[in-house]
Design a protein around this ligand. Structure first.
Ligand SMILES: Nc1nc2c(ncn2[C@@H]2O[C@H](COP(=O)(O)OP(=O)(O)O)[C@@H](O)[C@H]2O)c(=O)[nH]1
Ligand SMILES: [Mg+2]
Length: 196
């Protein structure tokens, strides 16, 4: 659900990076943050939970072009991957405009990818949303792993229809990071154009 700030002449979009723990969501945001010019980004906010390794969420506004004279501001969030943080994950999906699902190429994370995707569907249902209706792309990260699961196998598990845009990435090296963000942004803007 995009929001319009008339005084600032800005449209705000919320993009959520979703996926299992340690798939590289925070790495994506940090890389994007580091590569966006200083004047077009806000501050990165991270709320650390008491005991665990993951950030609670990251926040990154990022300007990308104009729509009808309005600037577009993208707010990027990540969710904590651990199973027990589900209430936080659900909360962060509130008002989501687009999702980048960050999958892990490690063979022993194949099941975790599938479970996280199912969890995403369930949490979207809480907001009466279906994944098919939300602008959504797949980033298959950690392609540098020597034992990375073949792309076809990951696609079979996460997108049997083959319709979802999928991008190979090595987020740690800033490879395949910009492409999925651009792709989901494009889908989000197309959806807005359909509505107006
Ligand atoms: N081999 C490899 N490791 C990565 C890549 N991207 C991130 N990592 C590592 O994976 C671990 C988890 O990354 P993080 O971004 O914290 O995952 P998150 O839990 O999804 O936020 C960290 O040690 C990263 O350095 C990648 O493309 N290849
Ligand atoms: Mg993280």
């Amino acid at each position: 659900m995009s929001t319009i700030n008339f005084s600032a002449r800005e449209i705000n979009f919320k993009i959520v990076y979703y996926g299992p723990g340690l798939s590289g969501k925070t790495t994506n945001l940090k890389q994007i943050y580091d590569h966006v010019p200083g004047e077009s980004k806000g501050e990165m906010v991270s709320l650390q939970t008491e005991d665990e390794r993951t950030l609670f969420f990251d926040f990154l506004p990022l300007d990308l072009g104009k729509v009808n004279g309005f600037k577009t501001r993208f707010h990027l969030y990540t969710v904590p991957g651990q199973v027990f943080y589900n209430s936080s994950r659900r909360l962060i999906l509130r008002g989501v405009d687009g999702v980048v699902f960050v999958a892990d190429s490690a063979p022993n994370r194949l099941r975790a990818n599938a479970e996280s995707l199912r969890n995403l569907r369930e949490n979207l249902e809480e907001y009466n949303l279906r994944l098919g209706e939300v602008p959504y792309v797949l980033q298959v990260n950690k392609r540098d792993l020597p034992d990375a699961v073949p792309m076809e196998m990951i696609r079979q598990v996460l997108d049997p229809s083959g319709k979802v845009g999928a991008f190979e990435a090595v987020a740690a090296e800033f490879k395949g990071v910009v492409e999925p963000l651009k792709a989901v942004s494009k889908l989000v803007l197309e959806k807005l154009a359909q509505k107006t």
